[in-house]
Write a protein that binds this ligand. Structure first.
Ligand code: MSP
Length: 638
């Protein structure tokens, strides 16, 4: 029987153009939707725009336009953007659409008739940025903690939703369903909010103050509060109440949101659903924020990242890969173009690009572009590769389901690295001279591994995936259910040589850093202080990450050098001069600090891709720089 999967993004306000933050949530939703489609599920993916309320009204007024014109223009920008990023939603909803207006009015009337909406008076501090009242505990020095703007006190007669009444039920529901809100940090945050009374929710605005909204069906002098209107889009979008697909899809609803809108989704929405008489959604998936240079993206700081610019420079696939790979779902991440380039060069140009390019070229060179049947002996090397592939497929699926998206990719990259190591160890160029049967086995295993990798990366990099599958002659369906067993590619298919799938990108010019010191910089060198002060941005150019030593061995003919395989989020090799202070055995499993963005160097014929940090000991010899708690492998050392 088919499983259902219904995923939503927040509907975005139309007071501004789309930026990196909106793109992140929507790309993640698309990745999940594609993953579930490839797993054979019935999928519905909803996104759209949130068009009513004070915020839109105010922006329109300040731009000398009408809210409708502003909404039309900016909604269209979002709608136009998604196909350019390979985002394939099933519906793009606008809260000004007639079916949504009707659904909101119907729900308002039903909840009112049941007695869960009442008329009363309320005074409180309102943030137009968040479009909600802030409680005393949420406020910071009289300002909104997110928008940092002073709050205005609003007192008026309004309609209220009996939200507090449902608080005990909600607490129980969250406690009984540990993955209702995930990751756990946000679940805890919500349980914290629910420890105190939550007040009833003011769900109207008098028309004397705001007309840009959905009229209350039971009082034409009021419009509906924008959040009450907006959240209902998740029901309208799949045809509530009697659309054919509504019931099975709603049972499997998952919302994706940024941490900024946790409270409306984790508190208002489930209590509203309870009052409507519907089951709550299955999961609320909450992610962190992309910051730029450690600051929140904002127009006033001028650090808003334009997604189209990045897509044009690096391609859709690489941009999507970076977004998924470089943010731990749930935590904040820092965006920098430099990090994107580094990720691109290391993972895409080097690891994946190289593997595909050298493997397909060898099939062309040695077998005229026809995939050979594996006719030679199968060794441990092949068995290891096949085992890794099957472990990775399982791991990938599990991690995607658990929303551990970046580790799902790390797992796929472990297979890519294994395949690259396999090429090095099996040396097909040597076999070509002496053992064609073995060569055929090696080439078959390589190309088949590439097919599996191409299927796994499909949700994140749909274009590259398709391209690679075409190159290796896979004409079948792309599906995650039957990606295994290993050996699905039929010998005899044509394999085409890959031209650079991901051509290397040069690092950004850091003109400012390379320039001679300015007068001011010279003056900053205080007498008695270090004479080589560096600017913080310059220090930031050096990337130090937590590494875990996976293997270590002595380098032949050297008593000082050890060759280490280190996991720094990807596997790298480091050749280090610590052989007189450490034995290979005591290094395995150690957490160390590694400079990961040095130009590779060759030592005793071995390429070293990083540098570990060490210092002199009192008693002589070297001590590795380490950590006093267990650090996260791959995390940046700041
Ligand atoms: N209209 C409301 C949502 C209503 S949903 C029923 C809204 N809109 S918004 O345009 O402000 O979008 C907020 C969302 O955009 C965040 O929850 C997040 O998904 C995304 N992001 C905006 N800035 C972001 C970052 N800097 N980083 C990551 N995502 C962020 O709130």
């Amino acid at each position: 029987m088919s499983r259902y999967f219904y995923v939503t993004t927040p509907i975005y306000y139309v007071n501004a153009k789309p930026h990196l933050g909106h793109v992140y949530t929507t790309v993640i939703a698309d990745v999940l939707a594609r993953f579930h489609k490839l797993s054979g599920d019935v999928v519905f993916f909803l996104t759209g725009t949130d068009e009513h309320g004070d915020k839109i009204m105010e922006t329109a007024r300040s731009l000398g336009t009408t809210p409708r014109e502003l909404a039309d223009e900016n909604s269209q920008r979002f709608r136009d953007l998604w196909p350019l990023l390979e985002v394939r939603h099933d519906r793009f909803i606008r809260t000004t659409e007639p079916d949504h207006v009707q659904t909101v009015q119907r729900i308002l009337q039903e909840v009112y008739d049941r007695g869960d909406i009442y008329f009363g008076e309320y005074g409180g501090y309102y943030c137009t940025g968040c479009e909600r009242f802030m409680t005393e505990t949420e406020m910071e020095d009289g300002a909104c903690p997110i928008h940092k703007r002073p709050l205005s006190f609003v007192q008026e007669k309004n309609y209220f939703f009996r939200m507090e009444k449902y608080r005990p039920w909600l607490v129980e529901h969250i406690q009984a369903n540990p993955d209702f809100i995930r990751p756990e940090r946000y679940r805890n945050e919500v349980l914290g909010m629910l420890r105190e009374p939550i007040d009833d929710l003011c769900i109207s605005r008098p028309k004397s103050r705001l007309t840009w909204g959905i009229e209350l069906p039971f009082d034409r002098d009021y419009v509906c509060y924008v959040w009450f209107d907006a959240l209902i889009n998740y029901l309208t979008g799949i045809g509530y109440p009697d659309g054919a697909g509504f019931d099975p899809l709603w049972k499997e609803a998952q919302h994706l949101v940024g941490k900024d809108i946790l409270k409306p989704h984790a508190v208002y929405w489930p209590t509203m659903l309870k009052a409507i008489g519907l089951e709550p959604y299955r999961h609320l998936n909450v992610h962190g924020f992309w910051n730029v240079d450690a600051a929140k993206m904002s127009k006033s700081l001028g650090n808003v990242v334009d997604p189209l610019d990045l897509k044009d420079k690096y391609g859709v696939d690489a941009f999507r890969y970076f977004l998924v790979r470089d943010m731990v779902f749930g935590l904040d991440a820092n965006f920098s173009e430099e990090a994107l380039i580094e990720r691109y060069n290391a993972d895409l140009a080097n690891d994946l690009g190289n593997l595909v390019s050298r493997s397909t070229k060898m099939v062309t060179r040695y077998f005229d572009g026809v995939l050979p049947a594996p006719s030679g002996d199968t060794t441990d090397m092949e068995r290891e590769l096949v085992d890794r592939a099957s472990v990775v497929v399982g791991e990938f699926k599990e991690r995607m389901e658990a929303l551990e998206l970046h580790t799902a990719l790390i797992s796929v990259w472990s297979l890519i690295s294994a395949a690259n190591r396999y090429v090095d160890r099996a040396s097909p160029w040597e076999l070509a001279k002496k053992d064609r049967a073995r060569l055929s086995t090696v080439m078959y295993h390589l190309v088949e591994t590439i097919r599996i990798v191409a299927v796994l990366i499909n949700p994140v990099m749909p274009l590259a995936s398709r391209k690679i599958l075409d190159l290796v002659g896979w004409t079948g369906e792309v599906s995650l259910n039957d990606v295994l067993p290993f050996g699905k590619l039929t010998p005899g298919v044509s394999v085409s040589p890959a031209e650079a799938l991901f051509p290397r990108v040069e690092r950004l010019a850091k003109a400012a850093c390379d320039a001679a010191p300015t007068k001011q910089q010279k003056e900053e060198k205080r007498p008695g202080g270090p004479s080589n002060l560096v600017d913080i941005s310059r220090f930031g150019e050096i990337e130090i990450r937590v590494g875990r030593v996976l293997e270590a061995s002595r380098v032949e003919k050297s008593d000082k050098l050890l060759a280490l395989t280190v996991d720094v989020g990807r596997r790298i090799r480091i050749v280090a001069g610590i052989g007189t202070s450490y034995t290979p055995e005591e290094l395995a499993g150690k957490h160390i600090a590694v400079v990961t963005n040095l130009k590779p160097a060759t030592l005793m014929g071995l390429k070293s891709e990083g540098m570990l940090l060490a210092t002199d000991c009192e008693e002589g010899g070297l001590a590795l720089v380490g950590f006093d708690r267990t650090p996260k492998v791959g995390a940046k050392v700041r």
